[in-house]
Design a binder for this molecule. Sequence first.
Ligand code: HEM
Length: 485
Amino acid sequence: MSQRVLTTESGAPVADNQNSATAGVGGPLLLQDQHLLEKLARFNRERIPERVVHARGSGAYGHFEVTDDVTDFTHADFLSEVGRRTEVFVRFSTVADSLGGADAVRDPRGFAVKFYTGEGNYDLVGNNTPVFFIKDPVKFPDFIHSQKRDPFTGRQEPDNVWDFWAHSPEATHQVTWLMGDRGIPASYRHMNGYGSHTYQWTNSRGEAFFVKYHFKTNQGIRSLSSEQAAEIAGKDPDSHQTDLLQAIERGVHPSWTLHVQLMPAAEAADYRFNPFDLTKVWPHADYPLRRVGRLVLDRNPDNVFAEVEQAAFSPNNFVPGIGPSPDKMLQGRLFAYADAHRYRLGVNHTLLAVNAPKATTARNYGRDGLMASNPQGRYAKNYEPNSYDGPVETGRPLSAPLAVSGHTGTHEAPAHTKDDDFFQAGELYRLMSAEERSRLVANIAGGLSRVSRDDVIEKNLAHFHAADPEYGRRVEEAVHALRED
Ligand code: HEM
């Protein structure tokens, strides 16, 4: 049959793709019209559940190249020699809105990198912000509910957004970040990426380091003002997608330089604040940036649904030499993502080309389930141990063990001497130029002044006062001025 013949899904030629089969001219449709039934039924099944957060996104392929020796700190194979290249897939995203939203909005951006390494896929699922709003995963569903659409009004409600923050002083740092200039990136190319959490690296001698990742954009940081963003969001809701797609198609390949901060594991317990607290950065004066390599994106996916919508990134996809820290938020995420993938994409989502290892082969005894395709082959046993040369464990842990002590319970994180929720928010404010501070204050006041309850406003103002007296005073004045209007 010629390549140009249209077929049904079972491969039979289609006689007519313009007219459905009817009982006589002008009569009702026939149930025997397989082509029509298949087309309509398949269409009904095109959508799958969108990601519960980070639903809108754009992706691209490329590579990561090691530029500096880090073998003193990790034995991860893909970082083991200068010049080593590893294929990557990156998905950028906004967080709060659903698939139909706009790109140019004030929201953190996701920055998820899948390294297809020879020792399995390593997923670094970060954001464009070095910190986050909360520090315990038990608060995550409540936090996201407060930021997404209200179940009754069906709208994002300033009352909910600010009410959650009123009860979450630990969010002050990230709120300051989000309401500042970097809160609306001009495009995915013009923002940094951060692992945000503290992770653990282990070297070949078994020595452990805690590590934070920073991807610095080589395009320069560019941001939009609230007014510019509102205009762009109206004109081209897909502005970030347009920018990334067109840049790569034009041969303008965006790149980021990866740096890390490294803390010897023994220093963590006595550091002046909890180094696993996701609402805090590590000052560079304490732990300077060390360059590792370069991330380059140079190929657009052929099919957005197959490769971007069905991409599955999970923070618990580690490779030897890299592992988790005791950061509670990270620990919660180690469960949440693969669980979401089983719901959203099914138990065999790792068989999809974008999610499958590319530089090695997955070999295990997981079998069957929806959409299984038996990649193990005819004679592979589905149990272990076996006498048939099936795959066996290595006996080598992927990363160094984490020390623990005490009793089980719903504890707060261990106390350090400087654990307060406001200091770094104040530092960020004081780092800003006069114009930046004014824009920050205006952005906060624009949202906070729309809140209906005075007590919620007062609680939020108290956080800004605690961060920096000038910051608090200016936000308070701006909110009161707007409410008197
Ligand atoms: C996506 C949960 C915190 C970055 C998701 C998804 C879930 C989730 C369920 C959708 C996954 C999917 O359907 O594929 C959580 C929970 C968190 C948390 C429970 C806290 C306990 C964070 C933090 C960051 C982050 C702190 C960044 C540092 C991302 C990114 C995506 C995502 C980038 C999109 C991944 C992609 O492009 O497919 N999160 N998240 N999340 N999350 Fe989180």
